[in-house]
Design a protein around this ligand. Structure first.
Ligand code: CO
Length: 174
């Protein structure tokens, strides 16, 4: 089922998520819905808090070399934790909770992540480049943070001005 995605400045997006304790059917339904919602909105990553559920769960479905998004490449991370990080990479990021905004953001180029799968099995994996960026972006969501917080003061001010204007225009056109 496609769920509604919360958008900035919804205060729920600032909430810190809690660890998943039960790897049960309701978790599986949540993950399945997150995948459907992400695909429906043409996203490559989604955190549970973006559909209003404050649980440490996220999905990432990277594009393959042909630029296609296949379900076999879908990755699910429950209670993820970055345990090692290295290098720097700058990448143009966007977010389904801040639609149509793309900004260059600096992140670690490589991360080692400890996480659980949907069945409660623990894993530790190293990810680089796009996957490292996506993981850091989504894990930030779980801690209540958005990528726009990483903008410089001036860029953030410009963003806030344009965003307010956009919300106003939306309200006017109904
Ligand atoms: Co996002």
């Amino acid at each position: 089922m496609v769920r509604e995605i919360l958008t900035y400045p919804n205060p729920k997006l600032r909430e810190a998520s809690k660890d998943v304790k039960h790897f049960d059917e309701s978790l599986h339904t949540l993950l399945d819905d997150m995948y459907e919602t992400m695909l429906y909105k043409n996203g490559v990553g989604l955190a549970a808090i973006q559909v209003g559920v404050a649980l440490n769960a996220l999905v990432i479905n990277p594009l393959n070399e042909e630029g296609e998004q296949n379900k076999e490449d879908l990755l699910e991370f429950i209670n993820p934790q970055i345990i090692e990080s290295d290098g720097i990479i700058t990448f143009q990021e966007g977010c389904l909770s801040v639609p149509s905004v793309y900004e260059e953001i600096e992140r670690f180029q490589k991360v080692k992540v400890k996480f659980f799968d949907r069945f409660g099995k623990e894993h530790a994996e190293i990810y680089k480049d796009f996957m490292a960026v996506a993981l850091q972006h989504e894990i930030d969501h779980l801690r209540g943070h958005l990528f726009i917080e990483k903008l410089t003061y001036l860029k953030r001010k410009k963003f806030e001005k344009e965003w307010k204007k956009r919300i106003k225009e939306k309200a006017a056109t109904l």
